[in-house]
Design a protein around this ligand. Structure first.
Ligand SMILES: [Zn+2]
Length: 296
């Protein structure tokens, strides 16, 4: 829940990662997640904003993180990830996504924190931009490919000028652009601002999502669907690419989950259905010939 969304007026282009003292997204205090807990426990906490009350983590997430049977094994030792590189490259080619647009080459590792630990979280955001007034319905052009492409281009240009922000921007047509490659540490959450030792552990992905103000002036309205299928598919592909490079399944997280417990924490991604996304992820994994074997 946000108060007045003054971000646009303040910075021209306002995305959800506006953490330099511009947070205006108040939400009730909820317990913070424990970043030292086992992967599945962390995922349950970091993904809770995308779960209905009492809803369990999707089986595909449990399965992937459960493969990493020993969380105490240092990440640097490299845990297997059961995805065919050839199939992954073919999937990218089929969708005409070049590796530089989705974080960089598959052979490269991910960003590291100051202690040299590689990234282990895949954080999903929505841009919460642009924002339409309470009198406006969402214009048709928000689903126009050219409008999407141009807005994503502008957001990437803006992002590259800042010392905080995301790695990727995925528009409503599933087109993706990188503002920074995955091996560059990006500060994208309030949690990292307050715990600098975490900077470098988060791969940050923004999904383009316009918002609309409600009668109270809060920008709670989202388009329908809030996330398009194409967007969810590219998001799943980005998750697999980042995990492939990490040689382990990253812990998926929602920005609101990462920042839970902090006053003024962001509430994005809004309208995100973990069930829908995990369904698209499961389909993708099937096409990537995930064998289902538990690594030894
Ligand atoms: Zn965010």
């Amino acid at each position: 829940m946000k108060r007045i969304h003054r971000l646009v007026a303040l910075v021209g282009i306002g995305v959800c990662v506006s953490i330099a003292g511009l947070d205006v997204h108040a939400q009730p205090a909820t317990p913070a997640c424990d970043f030292s807990a086992p992967s599945l426990v962390q995922a349950q906490c970091l993904l809770r904003p995308g779960l209905a009350a009492g809803e369990a983590l999707p089986a595909v997430i449990v399965d992937l993180l459960g493969r990493q049977v020993n969380d105490s094994v240092p990440v640097s030792t490299g845990l297997p990830i059961d995805v065919s590189e050839a199939a992954l490259r073919a999937s990218l080619a089929k969708r005409r996504i070049a590796l530089p647009d989705i974080g960089g080459e598959l052979e490269l590792g991910l960003s590291v924190n100051a202690a040299g630990e590689p990234a282990r979280y895949f954080v999903i955001h929505d841009t919460s931009y642009p924002v339409y007034s309470s009198r406006q319905s969402f214009p048709r052009h928000i689903d126009d490919p050219h409008w999407n492409r141009e807005l994503a281009r502008r957001l990437v240009v803006q992002d590259r000028k800042r010392d905080y922000g995301a790695h990727l921007y995925i528009d409503r047509h599933g087109q993706v652009r990188a503002s920074f490659p995955f091996d560059v540490a990006r500060l994208s959450t309030k949690t990292e601002r307050l715990q600098p030792e975490l900077v470098g552990l988060f791969i940050a992905v923004e999904c383009l999502q316009p918002h609309g103000r409600d009668a109270r002036g809060l920008d709670t309205r989202t388009p329908s669907p809030a996330f398009t299928r194409a967007q969810l598919d590219t998001l799943a592909l980005a998750y697999v690419v980042a995990s492939y490079r990490a040689r382990r399944w990253l812990i998926p997280a929602l920005h609101a989950g990462v920042d839970a417990g902090y006053a003024g924490a962001h509430d994005d991604p809004r309208g995100f259905s973990l069930a829908l996304w995990s369904g698209r992820l499961a389909l993708l994994l099937r096409s990537l010939q995930l064998s289902g074997k538990t690594p030894v």
